[in-house]
Design a binder for this molecule. Sequence first.
Ligand code: ADP
Length: 499
Amino acid sequence: MATATQAVRLEDNVTRYVSKTRQMLINGKWVDAASGKTFPTYNPATGEVLAQIAEGDREDINRAVAAARAAFDSGPWSKITPSERGRLIWKLADLVEKHGEEFAQLESLDNGKPLTIARVADVPLTADIFRYMAGWATKIEGNTIPISAHGAKFLAYTLREPVGVVGQIVPWNFPLLMAAWKLAPALATGCCVVLKPAEQTPLTALLLGELIQEAGIPDGVVNIVPGYGETAGAALAAHPGVDKIAFTGSTEVGKLIVQAATGNLKKVSLELGGKSPNVVFQDADIEATIPGAAMAIFFNHGQCCCAGSRLYVEDKQFDKVVEGVSQLASKIRVGPGLEPTTDMGPLVSQEQLNRVCGYLESGYSEGAKATVGGKRHGDRGYFVEPTVLVNTNEKMKVVREEIFGPVVTAIPFKDVDDLVAKANNSEYGLAAGVWTNDIKKAHRIASQLRAGTVWINCYNVFDAALPFGGYKQSGWGREMGHEVLEMYTEVKSVCTPIA
Ligand code: ADP
């Protein structure tokens, strides 16, 4: 079996996936790709093949869109009551929880993240978003509007209706959770879905597909088509039968999605890259800030679009904070995700390993120095050492571009206005952190930062009720909270004279 460790006994539902071929879900049936092709998904701790997956392509996307279209236009989903939709979504949340250990193990094997993290973050947050959105299914309301048109008295009101068939393309960093962030609001609003998981990490989405069926969500409402981005993903983004595309991934691909969507002007929502500033003032509680700043970058191996990857520290505390974060980094135990002692697993793929190591090399060539880590870890699997880079400045690629790995650049600052300008000097605007005990300053800086989320004296706090998304090139629209419902509904104005 292609696992790096036998330390954890794998659940039966997990061994069922390992070394096997998995099909795709179209119209309630598990089927092979129309082409008959499969592609491998790898265990990033070893580089070995974990399973073979049916390789979806244009033809499979066509079949899946047709199924979603039928379920939406004339199938059971169009007739179901909001309360019944909510009940089914809630049931799905219960099933996710019931199969939580299986999800955690599969995620750890396929993505590389520590099992312990998948258990406490990915799985419970997935159940949470389904429960939160189950509650919204019965609360998607329009308004009555007093209008002033002449000649008659009018009754005018709005209806919020589902946008229709939604294509959802998700990344590999939180495979299950990103699928859930997208599926939950779509189901709550009454949309039908074609979901394309990332080619690196399709396994948990496929298990979720089985539970969607077990929950009783009708055939065709959720179709899951694994495959490559350039083929299956591009076909979905361009498909004329899709009313909306929701994408999470790189800014580069986000721009391709926008172009592909122009054919039928489908609605687009995007959750893209980031290069988030994490700002430490000298009046911060430094003992709490150091682990906070370390977690901000090293959580999920830095493979978070909101990772606090640019650490700005007020100059008097710079050495202390850099030393503290470096010390914590040096204690992070890097190893296979399934090992109980592992704090940080491998990066997801050889490509990611090359990318992160390439950025490290670029940083060194421009004068950066690593105070800790700074290179690949071991020679098997895709591990990188947690790294803190100093001697960096805003001109360097490592400070400007998203690395998507466990690498933070640390830069001192003196002047607050200068700091705000530097923090905002990025094409991204996804998230930011502010560490200070001065409450006025905290909120003043929060208002000045051009970012979709600002964490004050904390980082990486997510909640199903809290909107998440980006300013600038970090995206369009918000996920979670009730804001996301606007992206899955159309507003219809109805008006009639009544006197
Ligand atoms: P990363 O660079 O971090 O791998 P990507 O943005 O490439 O992230 O991938 C995120 C998701 O987008 C994946 O599901 C991937 O298959 C998909 N994808 C990649 N390229 C395209 C494309 N041209 N059209 C549609 N989807 C794509």
